[in-house]
Design a protein around this ligand. Sequence first.
Ligand code: GRF
Length: 236
Amino acid sequence: MNPLRFAVLASGGGSNLQALLDRIRSGDLKAQLAFAASNNSQAKVLERARAAGSPAYHVSAKTDPSAGSGTGPGLEAGVTDKLLALAEKHPTDLWVLAGYMKKVPEDLLRRFPNRVINIHPALLPAFGGSGMFGSHVHEAVVKRGCQFTGVTIHMVSEEYDAGQIVLQRMVPIPPGADAEAVGRLVLTKEHDSYWRVLQAFVDGDIVPTDSMDPGKAVGVNPEWLKRMRGLDGFPA
Ligand code: GRF
């Protein structure tokens, strides 16, 4: 079985990338990091990729102004061209977003249909959409008095945070926990979740379809989902 070649797009610390790299090293995840790219030249995620022996690039509208054929809003066309060129140079089966603060170029979604995934630190469709990133999510969850939150891994479609959900993991909120504590619990759950979804692509438990319907981006093996539910103690 060929390892899955994935590209990571991220803007920050990259602890999710690190968790994937650790699972590759331990042999749990049969995948290869094709490359990492960030809109932020200082992002630690780039260091983490390089430390694992993979190429890492700073790609932004400032450093990569439009030069080629890519379309997209204004300067972002250059970013599209650069990302697509990187995927040519480093063959990529799947794009993995891990805290990427920019919108994924539409051209990229068209060139890699149903092959872009994202992780969100709450149970979508609650606490998603505009402004719902980083600590804002956990602050909103605590403010609302939620007793549960969680992790959502979903396919990326043109509409923000609205693609097909492939895995949700629940995180109970201890009474009195503040946003920071909730954020830590959720991040730990993220680290135990993303690699499982990537490995499901490797094992054929998640299969991209040819559908243009964002709700049918992938087929998900119900047996795999049952196993995932079992991880959190839910009955199949
Ligand atoms: C994670 O909470 C993820 O859910 C969100 O961005 C954060 C990235 O964290 N999309 P890290 O950079 O992987 O530590």
